[in-house]
Design a protein around this ligand. Structure first.
Ligand SMILES: Cc1ncc(COP(=O)(O)O)c(C=O)c1O
Length: 294
């Protein structure tokens, strides 16, 4: 019997145990990071903001001149099938389109047939909601947006991963990388926010426009806070009352130290908690969630 306990994948038109899903070593998704992807989560048996994730995924494919033989409705169905096969009520669901494999002997991307893959695995947390993150401001510079557009979700992660190693070396859990001026950009899989008084700042550009970022901005505005999408300097982050990260892999995550020094009191701040609570409450709202028919 097939073992779906570690998750389920869609590959070559079939749903298989995730441990059995294998791609060609010649796929440019693997050889050149020539791919786009998206991650949506399932919480309590419901997708959260699935349509926003699909919008971003289809927009990314169009910008990278990729196409797949599946319409939006088929994608919804494939993702649901992965979750159903896995039996997971809380899941991390990834969809990927790669450039594919060129004709033998060719390096012409036009000869590639783009490939679509998807999988559902147990929920992945950058950090669970009740915990706190220690952050390092890395000296690692984010790939400039003029080179690789960060609004197209991509696998150019070496800057982020090297930043993460820098954080571990310094006894922290994660890092945020910077732009050429030293402003904070984003971390491995998350956007960043700083709170000062009733004003909340998050970088406007040069980062992935996270769906969790969007949700946190909407909640903050709804609660009457001022949201500034503008450069986030290290000084602003260090003297903030609160700092938090946002990601599909964890939601709204409090950051309580930066480079070993407390942010504010060094505890989870009230505005972060308020946004975090509202974020998880939205998961029960049918406007934001899509129930899976298990
Ligand atoms: C580089 C980067 N920034 C930000 C995010 C957060 O985006 P989202 O809230 O859509 O998960 C991600 C998610 O993986 C990411 O890879």
């Amino acid at each position: 019997m097939s073992d779906f306990s570690l998750g389920a994948a869609f590959i070559d038109g079939d749903i298989v145990p995730v441990t059995e899903a294998k791609i060609s070593i010649l796929d440019w998704g693997f050889l050149h990071s020539d791919a786009t992807y998206d991650v949506v989560h399932v919480w309590n048996g419901k997708f959260f903001r699935l349509e926003d994730h699909l919008d971003r995924f289809f927009a990314g494919m169009a910008r990278l001149r990729m196409s797949i033989p599946y319409e939006r409705e088929s994608l919804r169905s494939i993702l649901s099938q992965c979750v159903k096969a896995s039996g997971l009520r809380d899941a991390y669901v990834e969809m990927i389109t790669t450039r594919g494999v060129p004709s033998p002997g060719s390096r012409d991307p036009r000869t590639c047939e783009n490939r679509f893959y998807a999988f559902a695995i147990p929920f992945v947390w950058i950090t669970p909601p009740e915990s706190k993150l220690n952050l390092v401001i890395s000296q690692q510079q984010r790939i400039p947006a003029a080179s690789v557009d960060p609004t197209i979700k991509n696998y150019h992660w070496l800057d982020l991963v090297m930043g993460q190693f820098e954080a571990y070396d310094k006894g922290a859990e994660t890092a945020v990388v910077v732009d050429a001026q030293g402003n904070l950009m984003e971390g491995p899989g998350f956007n960043i926010f700083a709170v000062k008084g009733s004003s909340i700042t998050t970088p406007a550009s040069g980062v992935l426009e996270g769906i969790t970022r969007k949700t946190a901005i909407e909640i903050a505005i709804d609660k009457g806070y001022e949201v500034r999408q503008s450069p986030l300097s290290p000084e602003l982050a260090r003297c903030a009352d609160e700092v938090f990260a946002t990601s599909t892999a964890g939601g709204v995550m409090p950051i309580t130290t930066i480079d070993g020094k407390n942010v504010g009191e060094g505890s989870i701040g009230p505005i972060t908690s308020e946004i975090q609570r509202a974020y998880w409450a939205l998961h029960e709202d049918p406007m934001y969630s899509t129930a899976i028919d298990f």
